[in-house]
Each structure stands twice: as structure tokens, then as C-alpha cells.
Ligand binder design. Structure first.
Ligand code: FES
Ligand code: FES
Length: 167
């Protein structure tokens, strides 16, 4: 009598993910290799998070995960199970917040492609940890803008963070 062939169990390529996104609970089953940015944009329809370099360099895809700025193009959706996420759509509950208003008033954007990433990075850091203009420059150095030359962005952050020109 021959032994029965061992049962072959294929690994599942779908994983459950439970997160809070902009204050709303989300339960989903995602492909194990789905990028977080694709989950946010394609599954949740939150297209304010942009995709630029797809290599973790430009910062356009930055969102807030548990209070930290994170590049969603180099993370998997499966990695954020149990986390609290904020995207640019969740930055303000109505109208523009002070940072967004300052970007608008100081021409801190042109095409706007980079803007959500800048806003998410800036809204996640503690301004007191980045004093003076050099501190603002240090924060801005994590994100790339191909349009503005950064002057308008710098002025916007100075205004939003209540800093004078000469700091
Ligand atoms: S698209 Fe993610 S860092 Fe550029
Ligand atoms: S405003 Fe166009 S890339 Fe920054």
C-alpha cells in the first residue's frame, strides 16, 4: 500500500489590513505585495497622495503614519496593519489649515504636484525642533519641487510658523 501524497498548501497572496485613515476605520484584504501608495490611491480613492519617483526620494507620496512622515511608495499596505494614517485629505476638517493657507498666499505651489508631500512632512514635524530659517530649510530638504525654486514654500512656512525673515 502506498502512502498518500502530502497535501500541498499554497501560500495566500492576500492579507487582511485594518487601519484608521483620516479618522475612519478601514478593513480590507489586499495583495501581499501591494504598495501602500497604491492602496491609498486606487483602493481608497485618496488621490491627493502623489506618485513621483517611486523610489523614496522625492517625497511626493508622503503621508503620516502614527505621527511620523512616511514615504508610501516604498512601503507595503500589509505593513501598516493596525496603524493610524493621515493623508493630505485629512489635514483639515473644513477649509484650509494655516499651513495650506500660507502656501496659497505666498505662492508656495505652481503645478502642485509636490505640495501634498510638503504639507504632510511639515505638518508632522515639531517646528520647535527646527529653529530659524535654516531649520525650515532642513525640513524642506526632504522633499523635491521642480517648479517653485522653494522661495514661496520657504516664505509660506515662515509665515505659518510665525518666523521673521531674518531668523
Ligand atoms: S514617489 Fe515616493 S518618494 Fe517619490
Ligand atoms: S509646485 Fe510643481 S513640483 Fe512643486
Amino acid at each position: 500500500m502506498t502512502a498518500p501524497a502530502p497535501r500541498r498548501v499554497e501560500p495566500s497572496n492576500q492579507v487582511p489590513v485594518s487601519v484608521t485613515v483620516n479618522g475612519e476605520p478601514v478593513d480590507a484584504v489586499v495583495p501581499a505585495r501591494q504598495l501602500l501608495v497604491d492602496f491609498i490611491r486606487d483602493r481608497l480613492g485618496l488621490t491627493g497622495t502623489h506618485v513621483g519617483c517611486e523610489q523614496g526620494i522625492c517625497g511626493a507620496c508622503t503621508i503620516n503614519i502614527d505621527g511620523e512622515p512616511v514615504r508610501s511608495c516604498i512601503m507595503l499596505a500589509a505593513q501598516v496593519d493596525g496603524s493610524v494614517l493621515t493623508t493630505v485629505e485629512g489635514l483639515s476638517s473644513g477649509g484650509l489649515n494655516s499651513l495650506q493657507q500660507a502656501f496659497k498666499e505666498h505662492h508656495g505651489l505652481q503645478c502642485g504636484f509636490c505640495t501634498p508631500g510638503f504639507l504632510m512632512t511639515l505638518s508632522t514635524v515639531d517646528p520647535d525642533e527646527y529653529p530659524g530659517t535654516d531649520g525650515i530649510r532642513e525640513v524642506l530638504s526632504s522633499n523635491l519641487c521642480r517648479c517653485t525654486g522653494y522661495g514661496g514654500i520657504l516664505r509660506a512656512v515662515r509665515d505659518a510658523w510665525n518666523r521673521g525673515d531674518d531668523e
